[in-house]
Design a protein around this ligand. Structure first.
Ligand code: ATP
Length: 130
């Protein structure tokens, strides 16, 4: 089967794969060849792709997953190859967002801080540093 991961400005991945594991808004799920057609909203998380003995990790930050006739498609806001993650930057983003949440200040947008933490967690997971 085949998988394409696309953002509004680039094609991040476009290759044949043996298995796809991703994170939908209802939880994680896996796709093997011959899976029935499926459409799911994506959460902020990591998409794992298996190609023979090789495994690749990508962050996928929201959007939609579609599978039909052996073709997987991920349309997402942000997707990064786990090998290209700046780990120090992700850790700094995580610390900043956690510090904001710890302030318990009504002026802090908690949802925004929680989303920043989720993005940083996905980046650390995709880079295999967490
Ligand atoms: P930061 O606070 O460090 O900017 P962020 O979660 O707010 O993190 P985003 O708005 O999600 O960042 O992303 C902005 C751009 O920077 C995107 O192109 C994203 O791919 C890139 N980016 C953000 N963090 C990292 C990282 N740790 N490693 C590589 N690229 C990153």
């Amino acid at each position: 089967m085949h998988l394409k991961i696309i953002t509004s400005d680039k094609i991040v991945f476009d290759e044949n794969v043996d298995a796809i594991y991703t994170r939908g808004t209802d939880g994680e799920f896996g796709i093997l060849p011959n899976h029935v057609p499926l459409m799911s909203a994506l959460d902020i998380g990591v998409t794992k792709v298996v190609q023979g003995n090789d495994t690749k990790y990508f962050t996928t930050m929201g959007g939609v997953f579609q599978f039909k006739d052996g073709e997987g498609l991920i349309l997402t806001t942000t997707a990064e190859d786990g090998n290209n993650i700046d780990v120090a930057r992700a850790k700094a983003a995580m610390e900043r967002a956690k510090a904001l949440l710890d302030e318990h200040d009504a002026a802090i947008d908690a949802k925004r801080a929680e989303a920043a933490i989720a993005r940083a967690k996905a980046r650390l997971k995709a880079s295999l540093s967490e």
